[in-house]
Design a protein around this ligand. Sequence first.
Ligand SMILES: Nc1ncnc2c1ncn2[C@@H]1O[C@H](COP(=O)(O)OP(=O)(O)OP(=O)(O)O)[C@@H](O)[C@H]1O
Ligand SMILES: [Mg+2]
Length: 437
Amino acid sequence: MSETTVAIHTARHIADRTWRFLVQRNLIEQDGRSPARPAFYVLPRRERVVLAFDPLALKSVDRLLSRRTLHHLSTALGGRRVVGMNSRGVFLQIAYWPTPSVSLSSRPLDLSQQPSPLHVPIGMTKGGPLWLSLPEMDSVLIGGSRRLGKTRLLHGWVQALLHGGEATLILWDGKGGVEFGRYAERRGVVVDVSDGRQGLERAFTEMSRRADLFRQAGVPSLAEYIRRTGDRLPPLVLILDEVAFLPEEGQGVLVDLVAKGGAFGVYPVLATQRPDAQAVRGLVRANLSTRIAFPVPSVHDSMVILGRPGAEKLPKRKGRLLLVWEGRLVEAQAFRVNLPEAGGARPEVHTLLTERERRLVEAAVEMEGWFKIRQIARAVGESRDWVNKVARRWEAMGYLTPVQVNERGHRLGRRVTEALLQAAGFGGQADLADEAD
Ligand SMILES: Nc1ncnc2c1ncn2[C@@H]1O[C@H](COP(=O)(O)OP(=O)(O)OP(=O)(O)O)[C@@H](O)[C@H]1O
Ligand SMILES: [Mg+2]
């Protein structure tokens, strides 16, 4: 849906609701009016709808514009801001979207509150703590600006599902296990440290196996299969963080998984900063039924993630999110989630980089952690173009810092981060990256 379509759709909804409100309150003169002369015109603007009234259609302009009426209308419109005006005409200005509340408290995640083994934590809402079950959400898309809590929310989900103990988890963090590697030893968890294709392949194979089982048993759904056979196929949750970094073939597999997974008890959860067409195929995005957005810079980003505006107005606070689920829009403050120690059996993360890429990291380490395109290209004998491409990808993945600038505005270049050193298998040199801050 385009931004304009959404706006027109919403404007119509607001106009209908307002009309009914005005009739109920007996504010509109209906007798003897020709249908060709509407009581008000609807003018959709960028952030709000303007209703321009025919003053003759109103029983009382004062009563319409009284604080009391405007307040009640705002309530009838789900909390949208309503402003009345009487200058060169009578107008109501009505915001498209309910004003997000700003006073949501931040609470630590308490797993003992989990309503069922498949419920995952969303956060504190106006109505209290909110948890949703994965089968209800079916498939989930999470987006939002950097460092505002996407991955942390997923950690909370993983911890809740492990606590529930019923689901099988396939986890891919797009960073070679730096995030999800810590769960690798837990029962029922597969952490994919490859480029993501292994995890997807596994989920896909399982879905196909289940399709065969259902066919043999002649049942249409998972619930029916369990009822008839008593064979409790465990729900399979596939969590892919940084999904924009999946290779192209992976995206192809995703289309099927996302479109059909739910029917087989396979629930995909995808996260990335900006899930536009370059990051997630349109067909995948269209089929992800539940959407979560952390704050974003523009209304356009909000449209990409949620299919509607709103996320651009969220306070830029870590963990603040908007959820669109079954047509409902809920604002929440995600719970604070602690991470278990990353220690123990760490996955072999160095498989993440190719030998060619690893040489770039070695060269950068020799340059005290500075990733200078020209010097590195020369040092390893690669084209500047290729090194530059890698650098841009690594920056997006958090492997390199953004280009740093000194006080005089001179560009110093990007710096290697700890995540890259770990991915390259240089765990011991992590101090290097800290200097960058
Ligand atoms: N709900 C929360 N409450 C408080 N702090 C949070 C919350 N969520 C995240 N944070 C803090 O913000 C930091 C960044 O969060 P996180 O890594 O989840 O961001 P992200 O959106 O995944 O970023 P990126 O796009 O870079 O991957 C965390 O290390 C944590 O300290
Ligand atoms: Mg992240």
